[in-house]
Structures are given as C-alpha cells and as structure tokens.
Design a protein around this ligand. Sequence first.
Ligand SMILES: Nc1nc2c(ncn2[C@@H]2O[C@H](COP(=O)(O)OP(=O)(O)OP(=O)(O)O)[C@@H](O)[C@H]2O)c(=O)[nH]1
Ligand SMILES: [Mg+2]
Length: 690
Amino acid sequence: MPSSASSTSPQPTTSPAHPPRVAALIGPYSSGKTSLLESLLAATGRIHRKGSIRDHNTVGDYNAESRSREMSTELTCAQTTYLGEEWHFIDCPGSVDFAQDAREAAMICDVAIVVVEPDPSRVMTVAPTLKFLDRNRIPHLIFINKTDHTSFRLQDSFDALQSISERPLVIREIPIRDMNSPDEPITGFVDIVSERTYQYLEGQPSKLIAMPSTVATRESQTREGLLEALADFDDRLLEQILEDQNPATETIYENLERDLANDLIVPVFFGSGEHDHGIIRLLKALRHEAPSSDVCAHRLGIDPDPAQTVLQIFKTAHLSHAGRFCFARILSGQIKNGDALGTDKVSGLCTLYADKHEKLDLGTTGAIVGLPRMEKLRTGSLVSSDGEMETLWPDPLPPLYETGLAVTKPGDDVKLTEALRHLCEQDRSISFGHHASTGQLVLAGQGDIHLQCAMAHLAEHYHLEITPTPVLTGYLETIRKPVSARGRYKKQTGGHGQFGDAAIELRPLARGDGFEFSEHIVGGAIPRQYISAVEKGVRDGLRSGSLGFPVVDVAVKLVDGSFHAVDSSDQAFQMAGRIAIGEALKVAGPVLLEPVDKCTISIPSDFTSKAQRLVSTRRGQILGFNAKDGWQGWDEIDVQMPTSETADMVTELRSLTQGTGFFTRSYSHMQELGGKQADAVVSAHQKSKN
Ligand SMILES: Nc1nc2c(ncn2[C@@H]2O[C@H](COP(=O)(O)OP(=O)(O)OP(=O)(O)O)[C@@H](O)[C@H]2O)c(=O)[nH]1
Ligand SMILES: [Mg+2]
C-alpha cells in the first residue's frame, strides 16, 4: 500500500489541449504491463532510468508482495505528462487472482491498453479481459508486446485475437523484419495511416526510413482493410472507397477517434516495452485518439458540468498515516481541500504516483486524485458535494476459493475482525465470515495466491500471525429407520435427588425438513411443565449424533415417562431427553449427509469437454450445458457438486482452461454420503476431536 512523500508533482509546461486522461494497462498475467509502464514513464520523461522486473525496482510493482513474487498484485497509478498533456496510467495486475483491481481500474479509464503476448495459442487468456471491456463499452486498443523476440507471424496473432473479440480489430502498423538474420527479427514498422516507415534504434527515437518494397503490397492491403473497417461505421467514407477516392488522412484520424470512443473498433499496435519499441507510436495514438473524460463520465451515468463536482471512487486503501484512503477520478467539476463530499470533507488532497502521494491544491476534471481519511466513501461510490449518487458500478467478482483462518496469538481475534473488514474494503472480491454449520472463520477470494497475499498483508500491516487451515465441510447426519428409546435420569445425592424419565419415538423425515418435536403424553405421565425440558434435552442431543455431526431431518415424539413429586425438575427431564435421544440415535441407522452446491461453470467452448471431465472426476452431476448468453464462443455448464469438491475447484479449472474458466456456486441441498468416503470423513472428524 502507498506511503506518503513530500516532493511536488511536475506540472504541465504548456496549456493542455486535453484535460487529464486515464489509460489502464490491462491484460493477461505476465504480458509485460508493468514493463510497458516503465517504458511509457521513461518516454514521457517522468523517470530517467527504467527499472526492471528482474531487479525489483519498477514503479508499477512497488509493494513488497509484487516485488518478491515478480507479479503485480494490485493496481498502481502513475501520473505523467506527454507533450504538455496530463496522463494517468494505471498498471493493472494480470493474474486472474487480482482481476477485481483490474476491473475497477478499467471502469474509470478513458482507454484500456490491452497488453498481450504474440503467441496465438495463448490467445484465450485475453478473452475475459476483452469480454469485460466490451460488456462495459470501455474503449480499448491492443498492444502486442514482446515482439523483440518473437517467432510468431503477427498476422497469426492478429487473427487469433480477432477470433475472440466481439469488436472488429484494425491493424494500425505492420512489422518490417531483417530477412538476412536467421530468426528474422522485427526491426521497425510501417504506420498504416501515415504510410511512414520507422526503424527501431536501441535507446533512441525510431528513425524515419523509406518503405521497403517487400512490404508495399502488404501495406496497401492492410490499409484497405483498415478503411473498410472504418467505412462500416461511416457512409461518407464508404462512398469515397467505392468511388476509389483516397480519403484524407484527417478523415481517417477522425474516424479512428470517434470509433474508438464509441467502442466500435479495436486498434492494434505492437512493440516491446522492454526495448522501448513502438512506445512513441503508442503514445501518439493515445494523444490523438483517446477520448476525453466526458465519455467515461457518460458511461458512469454522469452528465459533466463544470459547476458540479462528481467523483468516482475506484479503489480504497487503509493506510497507517492516512486512514481510509480513496483513489478517485474526477468526472465533473473540480475539487480542493475543504470541499464536502457528502458527509466527508476533503483534506490532504494529493496526486498518486505509485506509493508517493504529492500535495495537490486543485484537482481538475479528468484527473485521478487521492483522498485521505474518508469516513463514508468506498470503492464504487459515485459522489458529489451533496452526497452519494446512484451508481452503475459493477458487482464484485463472486468468491471462487476459500481457506480457513486461525490466529496464533490468543486475544488477536478482535484485531483480526477489524483487519479483515479493512481487507474486504480494499479488495471487494475478498469476503469473510463464520461458516453457518461448522462455525469456522473462512476467508474467500479468487484463488490461492490471492488469499496468500491477503494473509501476507494482514501480517505486514496489522502484525497478525495467521495460520491458514483447511476449509471444513458442513457435514450433517440423519437416520434411516424409526426407533423407540427411553431415557431415565436418577440421582440421589444427600437431600434432594434428581429424577426424570422420558420415552420417545424417533423417525426419519424427508430431506430438508429439519426437526420436528411433538408429544403424546396421556394420563399425566409427565407433568406438562417438563415437556419443554425434554425437548431441550433432545435438541441438545441432536447437536452431535452418533457419527459426531449435527442430526437433521428427524421427528421426535415424546410418548411416555414418569416423574417424582419431589425429585423431578427441568434439569432432570432435560437429562432424560438427552439420554433418550442418544440411545435412539445409536440404533436408528445413522447416515452421513454432505452439502451439495449448484454451480454454473463458464468456459470458452474449446474447453467444454475438459470441464465436463473435471466435473465427473469431482463427483459432480451435469444438469445441462448451453452456449453462454451474450458470450460468443463460450459455454455454460450447470452442475451439482459436493461442496467439499468445489472449495478448491478453481485451481484445476484454470489449469485446464488457460486461466479463463470461472464459476458461480450456491448451496443446493444435503445428500447422503456412504461407503469409504463416509468412513474417511467420520474417522477424520473423530481424530480432530481427540
Ligand atoms: N522479451 C521481452 N520480455 C518482456 C517484455 N516486457 C516484459 N517482459 C518480461 O516479461 C515478464 C513479465 O513482465 P511484467 O512487466 O511483470 O508483466 P506484467 O504484465 O506486468 O505481469 P503481471 O502484472 O503479473 O500480470 C518479465 O520477466 C519481463 O522482463 C518485452 O517487451 N520483451
Ligand atoms: Mg505487472
């Protein structure tokens, strides 16, 4: 989490043509987003020496967890200026475990730069990102990274990407290669709109050169493709093309700008963050084509008005020196210290540059700002000076993976609850709670690494020693046959004795019917005032049946008994009820019940058969499968699966589906579990009690 620093932020030198804009670097795990941010910051003069993932000194991966794991674990904001215009880049984590942060960032950006690797066989890893962007109509472009050492044809990468994108992709540049070198490295590119050719120079801006004759045909074909794609959304351009007129470059740029803002097309660039290839080209495209913050504001339901301040909170952190610290984008108006945001008051307004917070006097429309010590605001809050407004912010990702938690030091429980509350505010895809039937404290998130990082955070920032424990399954038990039993409790100690005697009938009920108690006492065999005491004793006895689990779906009828005028008491009849049910359960044919979840598994259709196999190896039952509504090329499988199998299913599902598969689950019902599996559960449970 960020800490404060006192340097002042660089101010734009010239009057900016555009208000501040936001670009989110998003895309699959390890595609080079953090390295690309390093390159963008160097190209815009914000840093003079690039850090690297290897050396653990990048701006994006500033926190200890990201550095040690060499992967981003949360979003990082970094402000810079390019040709007098203010830019806020957000480096998003790519791992599916941290998808929540990436989504929150994408929601407030003007343009998402989807950073991908060239390997066409791994294209599916990009699919969830593109789906999210398309569903939320977030303008985005693709940057095919790591082209410094690729053996793939970029046309193949492009075709693979097109196969998973709902929007048409448009190629903005084509590579030129050194054909004399055995692995034919990419040495530069031809810009399809300006038709200029540039040669990469290590450590220097690319050099303008003449277009090699070898790429001329390809260039004109690609340009034709680009114009045709644009003409689909512009009748005048279509007419020009049909009449063989060459449209003015200005017209092409206008189309590109408009179509990107409306999320109609997805421009595709390429390069290498590590070698600074294609970076200026990317920056220029952003400068000229990225929409202004108005588009984002409208998307979030705001009509921007300079006289009204509206902010969208997209991240919350708990910082030792700044309390609840909100990351906010100004969608309308401006903000300064002393302003009200509902019941919260702004003080300590700052800019964000990784973990450095710099004092800011005035935040203007479009900028990202930090708001320390907010009481009410949370991620997702859309707020004006009058208070919070209705928001279109999406729900958090549902939990996919769980672990049990135990604190090592006695007395840390209260501190843990508070720390967990903070954690869940920081990352909305984490939740915690006590399991209804096992009572275990369970932490739920997106995957194993996600929860490991969460626990590391609790240890580092809250000094809590936490032991993860396996998640307990809420097994129950029931009975198979009706039986009768009697419980007599008799004690003679000195003066007053204790006496209670209850005869019961126990019978099974239908699954899900819970517990029923009735009585049929005739002739005053048990005085009426003791009947509820017997029931209490029975209920007590049902808390742990003969297999050791709570007993459900049974009916108990109190049918007979006897009492003693002096020695009988509530307590004695409770004991009698307890003894009676204990005896009855032993002979009623106990059977274990396990919880079953209803899950809907979503996967790209290429992986459907693998997912079906996974379901059957985990004792699941397939209820049906369909094409996923609104998700071209995806299937949805409805299954019922024992809860003990769903708790860690996501790890295997992801490894079978290039990280793309996900599911929702909810409790469905209890079902009988017999044989060796039941024996194993019972003996493990008994061992844990000894
Ligand atoms: N050859 C080559 N390697 C690169 C390039 N960009 C990044 N890498 C390497 O790819 C690995 C991942 O780079 P990151 O920048 O951490 O990727 P990321 O997308 O930020 O990763 P996550 O945030 O964990 O999703 C590192 O080993 C980088 O050195 C590139 O342009 N060329
Ligand atoms: Mg990263």
